[in-house]
Ligand binder design. Structure first.
Ligand SMILES: Cc1cc2nc3c(=O)[nH]c(=O)nc-3n(C[C@H](O)[C@H](O)[C@H](O)COP(=O)(O)O)c2cc1C
Length: 527
């Protein structure tokens, strides 16, 4: 009999398996009505639902359709990162009459580069036109050597190999790397300039009670001279005002050590800071950190209500104190995980939030002393030009940087199953990342980005993007009034950034990004 069963044709086996699945679907499972009512075939619905995003991404969606980043945008990052041909043929495939489309007004005569201009020597050299901490006379002011930098993303939300790839790539690109709020890990320590961020969990700089510890911060800064500035995170665009729980299960020995928490025990980050509870206390906190560490100190936030920002600007005006830089994140910003209600609705998109905020400081004549950093899908040259015209001094990129090292926008960062190994702690998945190769990709993306931004700047008749004015960029706003310059749309004119030539930026003693070494060689060689 056993021999008869084993000799049954294959299709009888298939029928038996389907009948067993059908019995299970009807009688043994109670969770899914569809599977109960349509045994066996009901499974197809769940399968299609599961693979639907991939089917749409690869087969159905057109080039400009997907969000957060469409195929053309992703393709440009991938091609730039791999130093492949990132041009498009036959003209734009975008409908340039659509709402919010931006146009950059080109000059009749583009900016002319002389043979000895820094950009004739290095087509990607583009430092920040402002110095962090210069106005407040911090002990260690910092001029970011790249206007494009890596935005806050923690070790924990990104894999060790992803963080190492970013840090090594940032070093090659002379940029800076923001740690995110998860503390300073060994993977942030490959030599790039680092901006150390902490949020309400004070990870890496907390005492046993979970409160902020100035001693820990001082120790961290003293032990790691590559930390060039401190960023206090108030909020981020994807989930402003939302605290978080770091589940004990995710707290490995290494993460516990880096963050200063206990292995295996849930850690709560409240939505608010415990180190200060109003704007004046926040300014005092900033000043205390700056004087203890000597570093420029900034804040990061997504923008909504303006009353507390007005209060901050008033305090800055009256006391001459306050943050050295402000990172403004757009509501369209990314995250490892956030409830859709927050990600979709809480806080303003970048252009609205930034213009509201910039105006607060502009009205009080304070813009010169603040380095404005923008983030929120700004990782493309034309978007960056628009941001500069509105008053941004640097651009931070998070997801675009992830894509340059292999992220495929699977949008599963919150599941620990990131297929590209970038946003997961799975050893198996991240083993596919080779930090030596991926770091070159990040560096190439940054350099291509800066090169194209410089080219757009020259096309508009300027030497540095800080010279863009609001009236240089136009935007489709509605049907009656198809295109308006930014100053008419957002009703302000950016204050001119003091800029006296790229050569002066190159010679600045506060220039970061390992350029000083190159400069001393230039001086010693006498060329
Ligand atoms: C995986 C991931 C982790 C992030 N972690 C942090 C964080 O720790 N702190 C923070 O301020 N922002 C965090 N962000 C937000 C980014 O720094 C950035 O502000 C936002 O994604 C907008 O930039 P983008 O459009 O270039 O991605 C994170 C974003 C991502 C995608």
């Amino acid at each position: 009999m056993l021999a008869d069963i084993l000799n049954m044709p294959w299709w009888v086996w298939v029928i038996i398996i389907l009948v067993l699945i059908g019995i299970r679907d009807i009688f043994l499972q109670r969770k899914h009505t569809i599977i109960h009512n349509y045994p066996v075939v009901g499974h197809l619905r769940y399968l299609l639902e599961k693979i639907g995003p991939e089917l749409r991404q690869y087969l159905v969606a057109n080039n400009r359709e997907e969000l957060p980043f469409n195929r053309i945008e992703r393709g440009w990052i991938y091609a730039s990162a791999k130093k492949e041909n990132n041009y498009e043929g036959f003209g734009t495939d975008q409908d340039i009459y659509t709402h919010h489309h931006i146009f950059i007004n080109n000059a009749m005569m583009p900016f002319k580069l002389e043979a000895d201009h820094p950009n004739s020597i290095d087509k990607t050299f583009l430092p920040c036109a402002k110095i962090m901490g210069a106005f407040n006379k911090r002990k260690r002011p910092y001029r970011p050597a790249s206007v494009i930098n890596v935005s806050a993303m923690s070790f924990g939300s990104l894999s060790a190999r992803a963080i190492a790839s970013l840090n090594k790539g940032v070093k090659m690109a002379h940029a800076f790397h923001n740690t995110g709020e998860g503390g300073l890990s060994p993977y942030h320590s490959h030599g790039a300039d680092v901006i150390f961020q902490f949020g309400t969990g004070y990870f890496g700089v907390r005492n046993e009670a979970g409160d902020f510890s100035m001693d820990k911060l001082k120790e961290l800064v003293q032990g790691n001279s590559f930390i060039r500035a401190i960023e206090i995170k108030l909020s981020q665009g994807a989930k402003p005002g939302k605290g978080g729980v770091l589940p004990g299960a995710k707290i490995t020995k290494q993460i516990a050590k880096i963050r200063g928490v206990e292995v295996g025990k849930d850690v709560i980050s409240p939505p608010y800071h415990r180190a200060f509870s109003n704007v004046q206390e926040m300014v005092d906190f900033i000043e205390a950190i700056a004087s203890e560490t000597g570093l420029p100190v900034g804040i990061k936030a997504a923008i909504g209500k303006l009353d507390e920002w007005e209060a901050l600007a008033d305090i800055m005006k009256h006391t001459g104190k306050g943050p050295d830089f402000i990172s403004i994140d757009g509501g369209e910003g990314g995250t490892g995980a956030a409830p859709p209600s927050f990600a979709d609705h809480v806080s303003l998109p970048w252009v609205y939030g930034f213009s509201d905020l910039y105006r607060v400081f502009l009205n009080r004549g304070l813009t010169d002393r603040i380095v404005f950093i923008g983030s929120g899908k700004l990782g493309f040259p034309a978007k960056a030009a628009m941001a500069f015209a509105m008053g941004a001094d640097c651009i931070n990129v998070a997801r675009e940087a992830m894509m340059s090292i292999g992220c495929i926008q699977a949008q599963v960062c919150h599941t620990n199953r990131c297929p590209s190994g970038v946003a997961t702690q799975s050893k198996w998945l991240q083993n596919g990342i080779d930090p030596n190769l991926k770091s070159i990709r990040l560096a190439q993306y940054f350099k291509t980005f800066r090169k194209e931004l410089i080219e757009i700047t020259h096309a508009a008749g300027y030497e540095h993007p800080c010279q863009f004015r609001m009236s240089d960029i136009e935007m489709n706003v509605d049907d009656q009034n198809l295109a308006k310059p930014l100053n008419k749309t957002y009703i302000y004119d950016k204050s001119p950034v003091p800029f006296d030539g790229m050569q002066n930026l190159k010679e600045c003693v506060y220039l970061g990004g390992n350029y000083q070494r190159d400069l001393s060689r230039i001086v010693l060689d006498g060329n």
